[in-house]
Design a protein around this ligand. Sequence first.
Ligand code: NAP
Length: 488
Amino acid sequence: MPAQLTDVPSFDLVVFGGTGDLAHRKLLPALYYRELGNQIPTDARIIAVSRRNISSEEYRNWALNALNDHLDEIDDDIMARFLERVQYVSVDVSANTGWENLETALAGREDVVRAFYLSVSPDLFGTICSAIGSHGLITDKTRVTIEKPIGKNGTSAHELNETIGSVFKEEQIFRIDHYLGKETVQNLMALRFANAMFEPLWNSTHIDHVQITVAETLGVESRAGYYDTAGALRDMVQNHLLQLLCLVAMEPPESMHADSVRDEKLKVLKALKPMDASGVARNTVRGQYRAGASAGGAVSGYLQELGKDHSNTETFVAAKLEIANWRWGSVPFYLRTGKRLANRISEIVIQFRDLPHSIFPEDAGTIKANQLVIRLQPDEGVKMKVMIKDPSSSNMRLREVSLDMSFAATFNVRNPDAYERLLMDMIRGNQTLFMRRDEVEAAWAWIDPILKHWGNDREPPKGYTSGTWGPSASIALIERDGRTWHEE
Ligand code: NAP
């Protein structure tokens, strides 16, 4: 089944950090796929920028190698067409040299969308934005995309937002959280707001609790240096997990318009119950992986990968959150994320309440409460667990079955990577799947006290063996409430 495409206007996409890891692994492959899907207008251009002194020809060879590394299949004609629109410009943004090269490359194209993508270290975000402004590169159709992390805490996020905001208007700023571009996340909106049957049940009367798990089997590997300054709370919870929580918990927006959706997400973030020191001690768990086994092989611990004897950085977080509003009062949201866990899985589990009364005899078996499992990876899809009469039994025996829909298997289409959708949305100027400034700052306002209390805590993160589901305290966090983490 061919994918339905929305038109994209012509553009110049300037990728700062065009030789970096993100460009290599995500941005170039995403753009190639959009070329393959005939979604890139004929005269659109991609201008890669970094410090190194190479020609456009040399960059195209580098890009071709990157694409060969990351694509399963390459169509030679499409690749030739794609590479023709790619050029390279050398600018050292720290030394403030080479900007005239970019000015020349962009000159005379003021009528097309001019999109700047900052795929560089966050330390350079402010410098680049200021230079784009002072070199007169902002047109009526300019947008800027910034990658995570947006700050290390509320104060630094605010300062960064101020700097960017002094150059660009909020409607020109696209703060990316690639989780929002995932197919299943889109589907969460469709599930909730395109079906009449869920909304009446979507509240504390019918939902017992919600779980959000983002588990990785990889360790920190080459990102150890960066990771040790961040940790799982900043790297994953502040953005990805809280954004997922917002989409589950928000009120129905008036429309899919960017500000309608973002207004509702903001209300959820503002309703998160803040934690004091005892709340943090009781409702959060931080862990750090030790040596163990992952994907069938022996792996080192975090400290060995980092090359240090000591670090207080967490590679695992579990937390119990409460949303103080009418819809979600008394419904806990359990979040967990970590590296080197037992399985690579990202999912949202909506656990419905037990039946108020069973009409069935005891020997009919246990009636399990319904569960809706929204899988983000691997194998994106939705699973609804319901009770049925076991057809293999002549008696009334009850059995749980899954109404399981894998999107790839059902629709027989390639699941586009989140960056494909987000890049094209950004070119089109659609901010629905991007974070607004106040959302980012509200998320930090909830995270900051946890960072502070962890900082005062003398106890280091709890060790867990690689290849397990994290420290035992994470299991205790949910089991003391009489619930268990969803694992299958
Ligand atoms: P990276 O591999 O270190 O790449 C950095 C890029 O910036 C390189 O192209 C580098 O090229 C360029 N650069 C460095 N200093 C420069 C300067 N003074 N002037 C001009 N260009 C300069 O980083 P990355 O992993 O791609 O990450 C890029 C951004 O995406 C970061 O904000 C990161 O947090 C975010 N991000 C990355 C990932 C990921 O998986 N990689 C995931 C999520 C978010 P030269 O050395 O040639 O100048």
